[in-house]
Design a protein around this ligand. Structure first.
Ligand SMILES: Nc1nc2c(ncn2[C@@H]2O[C@H](COP(=O)(O)OP(=O)(O)O)[C@@H](O)[C@H]2O)c(=O)[nH]1
Ligand SMILES: [Mg+2]
Length: 333
């Protein structure tokens, strides 16, 4: 099913300023920029405030357009028609509650925060994903979080394909005051990461975050390189890497799901970070990925600043998707 969510849902705001308040309010504000895709559209569908079968049909279309995917959309809507007929779902609030419980059912199994255990040391996170997904940025944000938890972090510049990638990682390292182990452009990434692990051990580092290249023009090469990195890492410590974190760009929609399948099949991904949920009309992809792949979602990213990474929480995410009714705003557009 090919559709263009941007036509209906794509309403990008020019503003990149963070509204004040906590992460949840920022998530709500940024998930489709201030007005949630479901709330707004469900409300639009019910001019008389009542739900009928046409409402559900239209809702189905919108879920598909938000990149929930066919199977997940069916799961979300399953049995709702009968409840509408029996007048059990009379209004927006009832529909919202029904959808929320289904969304939470899908997301709860993948709500599993990244927890760094007391041993072994160094604990190794291998960060993978296609170019531009947000790997290096996520590493920078994660380094900040881990440091705030009192952990000693070291970054390994395993994307040796582009000089700019090493520079970008060094900037994040300097910003967070964490060391970066790097070699020149074109160096063997497995060797860089092995060096970094050795340095980490001698410096008493708790967590190594290893960046990697994500170029796509030769998929077999990329997977071969990542597998080699894993082999070399396992030579350093048979239990490493302890986390293979796949970074996915939510604004890629169904394409992110395709990438997740591919990386998971090749590498056995143990966790996901889903970025760029700010300003995408494709937030439904999180549901599709959770429903199909059941890989723990460790983090979500909603912006470029280091505060814009948060542990994934099923209930909060469902609330943010569905919007929270605010007294007196029923007519807002
Ligand atoms: N809006 C937004 N931009 C992001 C997010 N995460 C990363 N980016 C941006 O996406 C671009 C690519 O990120 P980068 O970390 O270089 O991707 P990499 O190639 O996978 O390492 C950069 O401009 C980042 O600032 C996010 O959660 N939201
Ligand atoms: Mg990068």
């Amino acid at each position: 099913m090919a559709c263009s969510p941007q036509m209906i849902f794509g309403r990008k705001s020019e503003s990149t300023q963070s509204p004040s308040g906590g992460f949840i309010s920022r998530l709500r504000a940024r998930l489709n920029r201030g007005d949630s895709w479901l709330t707004r559209d469900v409300r639009d569908l019910m001019p008389g405030g009542r739900i009928d079968e046409n409402t559900l049909e239209e809702l189905e279309t919108r879920l598909l357009m938000a990149d929930c995917g066919v199977e997940t959309t069916q799961r979300l809507l399953e049995g709702l028609a009968g409840r509408v007929r029996r007048a059990e779902l009379a209004d927006l609030e009832a529909l919202r509650a029904a959808l929320k419980s289904r969304i939470v059912d899908i997301l709860t199994p993948v709500e599993a925060p990244l927890e760094v255990p007391a041993t072994p040391r160094p604990w190794v996170v291998l960060v993978v994903g296609v170019n531009g997904a947000g790997k290096t940025t996520t590493i920078g944000k994660l380094a900040h979080r881990l440091r705030e938890q009192g952990l000693k972090v070291l970054l390994a510049a395993g994307d040796t394909f582009r000089a700019a990638a090493v520079e970008q990682l060094k900037i994040w390292g300097a910003r967070n005051e964490v060391p970066v182990i790097a070699q020149g452009t074109g160096a063997d990434p497995a060797a860089v990461i092995f060096d970094a692990l050795t340095a980490a051990r001698s410096r008493g580092i708790d967590v190594v975050l290893a960046d990697t290249a994500g170029r796509l023009h030769n998929q077999a090469d990329l997977m071969g390189e990542l597998k080699k990195i894993r082999r070399i890492t396992a030579r350093f410590d048979a239990t490493a890497p302890h986390e293979t974190l796949l970074v996915l760009d939510a604004s890629q929609g169904q394409n992110a799901l395709v990438q997740a399948r591919m990386f998971h099949q090749a590498l056995g991904v143990t966790g996901l970070a889903i970025t760029k949920l700010d300003g995408t009309a494709r937030g439904g992809i999180v549901l599709a990925i959770a429903n199909e792949l059941a890989i723990p979602i460790r983090f979500i990213g909603i912006g470029e600043a280091r505060e814009d990474l948060q542990a994934f929480n099923a209930g909060e995410f469902a609330d943010a998707l569905l919007g929270v009714p605010v007294a007196g705003d029923a007519g807002s557009t």
